[in-house]
Design a protein around this ligand. Sequence first.
Ligand SMILES: CC(C)(COP(=O)(O)OP(=O)(O)OC[C@H]1O[C@@H](n2cnc3c(N)ncnc32)[C@H](O)[C@@H]1OP(=O)(O)O)[C@@H](O)C(=O)NCCC(=O)NCCS
Length: 250
Amino acid sequence: MFKNMTIGNFVSWYIELGKLMIFWAKRVKDIWLVDEIDGVFTIGVDWLIRRRIRKAVIAIAEEADKVEKALTIIHEYEDLTRILIIPEDYPLGLDTVDARGILYLWDVNSKILKPNIDVRIEILKSWNNRYIKVFEGIHRKSWGFFIPPRPDDHVVLLGYLNDEPVALAYLNVNNFNIDYGIHVVRQYWRKRIGTRLLSEALRIARGKGSKYLSVVRVFRSLKGTAGDRRAVGFYRANNPSVKMAVYRLE
Ligand SMILES: CC(C)(COP(=O)(O)OP(=O)(O)OC[C@H]1O[C@@H](n2cnc3c(N)ncnc32)[C@H](O)[C@@H]1OP(=O)(O)O)[C@@H](O)C(=O)NCCC(=O)NCCS
């Protein structure tokens, strides 16, 4: 599935993604392949949420012509939380959806846009409180709130322009997801600084032997806010190899 991922790769990637505690990936107690029929993967998962188990089912159709099949399968699980992962461009009506996001994957050898080579990147495997303040400043000036990196999971990419820290990304080295996405201080947007961080994340992932790099975003509203459109516009412009939409069905 997803070009370079086996189902085993996906499961490991997904369990790590659960640390983000987003609508479609939470802490995993158990996960198993229910079946794979006709290019539709059905995955059962038990999430652990505040010491309680919540049961979910994830149906994945990588190709548009399999989506109807995935919908038929997932409708058999009315009592569970139902997650649908399908090609981003498939025109799914939103009336039966109550949360939405994207999952993009790059082959680590993908060709992306030309990055800004004036940006210097510092790669951090550990950081002190002074760095934490710098990270916080960038997050607050990009999306408005702060999430700190996790020392056991993240390599932090800190981008400087003329010695000023202006960009930040946390690469999770357990699953090669860019946790919480790429961030650039607002006044420096559209200078290919975000692209520079993406190219560096791809280089690190490649160097560590991964075949892919991923990013996810949970939409702030079903139709997508200006921030959602901006993030999607940026990632899409950088030519991901796989572009999936993720939905939770009502
Ligand atoms: C998304 C973000 C990182 C982009 O950073 P950036 O440095 O401005 O992006 P780049 O200059 O490298 O953009 C590369 C290409 O992406 C596309 N792009 C970037 N911003 C875009 C926007 N607002 N709308 C549409 N396309 C956009 C363009 O094609 C652009 O190339 P161009 O400027 O030559 O047309 C930045 O807007 C940001 O920090 N946003 C807030 C934080 C956030 O939501 N991050 C994503 C979390 S999932």
